[in-house]
Design a protein. Structure first.
Length: 565
């Protein structure tokens, strides 16, 4: 597995910071930050941003800040703030004492805004939002000045103070920067700095009637905190001139904004707005639904911080957009769980097998490896008895060619146990449904190996009827049925591609007794089934397991093919 930082990879951000440290820029200090808005749960794309900023601070002996960009009270909630902190901590990124909130800087931002008004570089506008958009122009057509652009400084100061005092209704006025309505960069065409918003803030209460816009607030927050390298995703590249312009107008510290290509991944969404739609319209069972690419969802699915970091590090840091294959993420967790997961047996669709020549009432304890990849994990005891259960798919009454599992007159191996041979099939007379299979066993094949050297091609996992434990199993798959659910196909919405088989619930499954004490956040390989984790226990004590990932590794096949080619 890769280590916790990106030091094993080269990336252009590292090169920039390394050069700055070498040249003693910022006195050789490195301060980075991750500035989430508390308006939703973090997804794996956000975690790329945390990973980059945290790892750069760590590598260059710097400081990492967690700062909540809580400037829009209409969409922000304490629940989101707490979930973000839990997710970042769970991933192993530690901000120490450096936890900050943009809302704590509102007084300072307000004073900076007054200073820009005094300089004649900001004005109170009373155009409507629609009129402001109209006056802004287009990518090919210059904007035009607001009729209120040349309002006297004293009048601007008075109106802005009264906006803060709550004298006006929402939308009556805004404060705009006075830059250049003819700029080829639309972001510089007199952007809005403040809007009137009579809303309760989850931290500031009802103190404020005006709230800063993101572009105005963001650079100030970085400056106040002494951030040296403001690392953000590529969609903010066109906003950098505005970031710089605001900071250049004031005698304050000027951080450097650096943009990188955000994480894109097949079969997923990286839009918080669209993820919120999935939650609100019940396409998924909440932000922590295991099909979601939120960190909370991945955690419930059984992904580990180290596997997620490994994926992020392998995806790299670049300046150009690309799309990572979700198969790589699945490969990373398989690779880890193959080394760490305890092997157990679980029968998802049970079929009863009665071993007619095994003594009634007798049981015996057999040894089973906990993980053949790690001999230090030792063995455990499993119970063998006259009645066991195998998978329904492991028996066919009239099998096709190359079917090597149990069938009438055919012999197979029960993993860690004995060879058994099918002698009879018991069916429901009215429906024809197979109720149970009667078999005989060979006592000379204990451990699953024949002393006389005969071989069988089929091996089945099983559980004993004596001490197996009932469980529900949820088979999770990719949430979307196509790699690009956000494609612009005519008349289609991304919700049209939600995979109807992305969640399959199996009740009345049976797992071996050792799982009665299964631990959350611990991986288990159900032999021949995949990797699973405990989700929760029902009120009646029934265990519920989520499938983390199947055993099939398409990424490994892709890599092997590339090596051969």
């Amino acid at each position: 597995m890769s280590n916790d930082t990106e030091s094993s990879n080269t990336n252009f951000i590292r090169e920039i910071i390394a050069a700055d440290v070498k040249n003693n820029k910022n006195n050789g200090n490195v301060v980075t930050r991750f500035p989430p808005e508390p308006n939703g749960y973090l997804h794996i794309g956000h975690m790329k941003g945390v990973n980059v900023s945290f790892s750069m601070a760590k590598e260059f002996s710097g400081i990492f800040h967690l700062r909540f960009d809580d400037t829009n009270p209409a969409k922000e909630e304490k629940e989101y703030m707490e979930s973000i902190m839990n997710d970042i901590k769970w991933m192993g990124f530690d901000w120490g004492e450096h936890l900050y909130f943009a809302s704590d800087y509102f007084d300072q931002m307000y004073e900076y805004a007054l200073e820009l008004i005094r300089q004649g570089k900001a004005y109170v506008d009373e155009l409507s939002a629609e009129e402001i958009r109209e006056y802004r122009g287009t990518l090919t057509q210059s904007g035009k000045n607001s009729p209120y652009r040349d309002r006297p400084i004293e009048e601007n100061l008075d109106l802005f103070k009264r906006m803060k005092a709550g004298e006006f209704e929402d939308g009556k006025y805004v404060l705009r920067a006075k830059i250049d309505m003819a700029s080829p960069n639309i972001n510089l065409r007199d952007p809005v700095m403040y809007r009137i918003q009579h809303a309760h803030h989850y931290r500031q209460g009802d103190k404020w009637n005006i709230y800063p816009m993101y572009d105005w607030a963001h650079g100030l927050e970085d400056s106040i905190e002494g951030v040296t390298h403001s690392i953000c995703s590529l969609e903010f590249e066109d906003h950098r001139p505005l970031y710089d312009w605001f900071l250049d107008q004031l005698p304050i510290h000027h951080p450097q904004q650096i943009e990188y290509a955000r994480l894109n991944m097949t079969y997923t969404l990286m839009s918080k707005r669209k993820l919120l739609k999935l939650v609100k319209e019940n396409y998924v069972d909440g932000w922590d639904d295991p099909r979601m690419t939120t960190i909370a969802g991945l955690r419930r699915r059984g992904y580990t911080p180290s596997a997620i970091k490994d994926f992020l590090n392998r995806s790299g840091v670049a300046k150009t957009h690309s799309t990572s294959d979700i198969a790589l993420l699945e490969h990373c967790i398989r690779e880890e769980l193959n080394k760490t997961a305890t092997r157990v047996m679980g029968v998802l669709r049970p079929l009863k097998v009665i071993i007619t020549n095994y003594p009634e009432g007798q049981t015996e304890q057999l040894d089973a490896d906990n993980n053949p990849e790690d001999p230090n994990t030792g063995t455990r005891k499993i119970t063998f008895s006259r009645e066991v259960y195998i998978e329904q798919d492991d028996f066919m009454e009239d099998p096709p060619r190359k079917y090597f599992r149990l069938a009438p007159g055919r012999e197979i191996r029960l993993k860690h146990a004995y060879y058994i041979k099918c002698e009879n099939v018991i069916k429901d007379e009215s429906t024809g449904e197979i109720l149970e299979i009667h078999c005989t066993y060979d006592p000379e094949t204990k451990g699953g190996w024949s002393k006389d050297g005969r071989k069988v091609k089929g091996t089945s996992h099983w559980v004993s009827a004596v001490d197996s434990v009932e469980a529900d199993v949820v088979l999770y798959d990719r949430l979307f049925s196509r790699p690009d659910p956000e494609s612009d196909e005519a008349g289609k919405d991304f919700t049209d591609y939600v995979n109807p088989e992305s969640k399959i619930i199996l009740n009345n499954c049976l797992v071996e007794k050792s799982l009665k004490n299964a631990e959350k956040q611990k991986g288990y390989q159900f032999l021949r089934q995949g990797y699973f984790c405990l989700d929760h226990k029902k009120e009646d004590g029934t265990l519920v397991f989520n499938r983390t990932v199947s055993l099939k590794d398409s990424w490994a096949k892709i890599m092997n093919k590339m090596k051969k080619d």
